[in-house]
Design a protein around this ligand. Structure first.
Ligand code: SF4
Ligand code: SF4
Length: 434
């Protein structure tokens, strides 16, 4: 070991030389020994290559073997920041024979896409992980908490295992009429696809009700599917349940076919991603907007009645930002709210940190907690607090409850977590009607 702060000097040594005969001129060439290796077959490593071969044969798994170990992915991987993980590390483990199909690493990736953003070789964990997970799911190697979600989704059409009849119970507390298409199937401009967490989670209800009041104030002609809505299932797909996703899609498309609408609007970036990127690959094309994209162009029409005097920082959802390139619509809305001072966290926009809920990780908190030193959501609320924010603003239904829990567990109880529509609703003077 070096002592006294000095490195041991490198010992120089002479390479052996080798003489090769040119096949063109017939002359002899002397080459240093370091080049000899180019002319002989060598054993490169002594590991079992079967797992790597099995992965690269999967549709979507090919790119794992393209990694050349540059390491660019590691500092941007949100899981590595709270653990020991990242594409290069996964590649290296598989290269040395680790069976990813049966390894906890398989379930840690949130498919946030930050590695793909920087990878020079386009090693695509958004394809690799679902492909490997699909095999693991078919072999029954699934963390139990995720298996429960798959079963709930299969049985009830939502991840929370709630009754389809309660899908639109939230509308009762909105204080405005919400058209439920199965009861009133007349044509609408917007089919509002509420998705699971705004439909069933109590904090999701707050946002859904605020959104309904904003839609009413702006005169938006819309309807919801109510008891006929089923989750679009994008996170289940990324967690390896492609079959379940496809079965859901068949039901969703059949339901959508029953109604007349011009465009679909959803608050859920995961559902948005499915409709924009995955449904068209099966031949189902719709005009689709995230709710921030619907509202941002209408912001000048809003009558503000009071100020929302907060220092607000915004968390870019991975599936709205990096996956689908929308960074501005949420900020347009926040900056239009009187009283809001928008401050950015160090990691934002393209390099936004993941909340820890993507790719099925929403339902793997206990599992992930056993393999990381801190939850990703905890890390993120600390960043929001460090930015000096009073409010961490979100626009993904997964995030309010994740970040509220994290604010409590990290001692940042004074940090409020609010959906953008809740802040807008407050400044529009609507308030909760529940
Ligand atoms: S950035 Fe890409 S090529 Fe570089 S180590 Fe990561 S996965 Fe491998
Ligand atoms: S997609 Fe995100 S979580 Fe998964 S390996 Fe890449 S950076 Fe890490």
């Amino acid at each position: 070991m070096p002592t006294g702060g000095k490195k041991n000097p490198v010992e120089s040594f002479e390479h052996e030389t080798v003489t090769v005969k040119s096949t063109i001129s017939g002359r002899d060439w002397e080459l240093p020994g370091m080049w000899n290796r180019m002319f002989e077959q060598r054993v490169i490593f002594d590991y079992d290559t079967a797992v790597m071969e099995k992965i690269v044969e999967l549709e979507g798994g090919e790119s794992l073997d393209w990694c050349y170990g540059c390491g660019k992915c590691i500092p941007v991987c949100p899981v590595d920041i709270v653990g020991e993980y990242g594409p290069r590390k996964v590649h290296r483990k598989v290269q040395t024979g680790v069976d990813l199909f049966n390894d906890p690493d398989l379930w840690l990736c949130t498919t946030c896409m930050n590695c793909l953003r920087v990878c020079p070789k386009e090693v695509d964990m958004i394809q690799i992980m679902p492909a490997v997970r699909e095999v693991a799911v078919s072999e029954g190697n699934v963390p139990s908490e995720l298996q429960d979600v798959f079963q709930n989704t299969f049985r009830y059409g939502n991840a929370l295992g709630e009754s389809p009849r309660k899908r639109h119970a939230w509308t009762k507390g909105a204080g405005v009429d919400v058209k439920v298409l199965p009861s009133d199937p007349s044509p609408v401009d917007v089919l509002f696809y509420v998705e699971d967490y705004w439909s069933y989670h109590p904090r999701g209800h707050d946002a859904a009700q605020a959104c309904a009041r904003i839609f009413a104030a702006l005169g938006i002609d819309y309807g919801i599917l109510g008891p006929e809505e089923k989750t679009l299932g994008d996170s289940q797909r990324l967690a390896g349940e492609k079959g379940l996703f496809e079965a859901l899609m068949e039901d969703v498309v059949a339901t959508l076919d029953k109604y007349e609408f011009k465009r679909i609007v959803t608050p859920d970036p995961h559902g948005f991603n499915a409709l924009v990127k995955v449904y068209p690959t099966y031949g189902h094309e719709y005009e689709v907007l995230h709710y921030t994209q619907l509202l941002a162009p209408l912001v000048d029409k809003i009558e503000w009645k009071s100020e929302a005097n907060y220092k607000v920082t915004f968390h870019d959802p991975c599936y709205l930002g990096r996956h689908n390139g929308e960074y501005d619509a949420p900020r347009t809305l926040l900056q239009a709210i009187p009283g809001v001072e928008l401050v950015e966290m160090g990691r934002c926009r393209e390099n936004g940190y993941c909340c820890g809920g993507g790719g099925g990780a929403m339902w793997l908190d206990s599992f992930t907690g056993n393999h990381t030193v801190e939850r990703l959501s905890e890390r993120r609320v600390k960043e929001a607090a460090e930015a000096g924010a009073d409010v961490l603003a979100v626009c993904c239904p997964y995030e309010v409850s994740r970040f509220e829990d994290a604010a409590k567990s990290t001692g940042n109880e004074t940090l409020l977590v609010k959906d953008i529509v809740e802040l807008m609703d407050e400044a529009m003077g609507n308030g909760s009607q529940a």
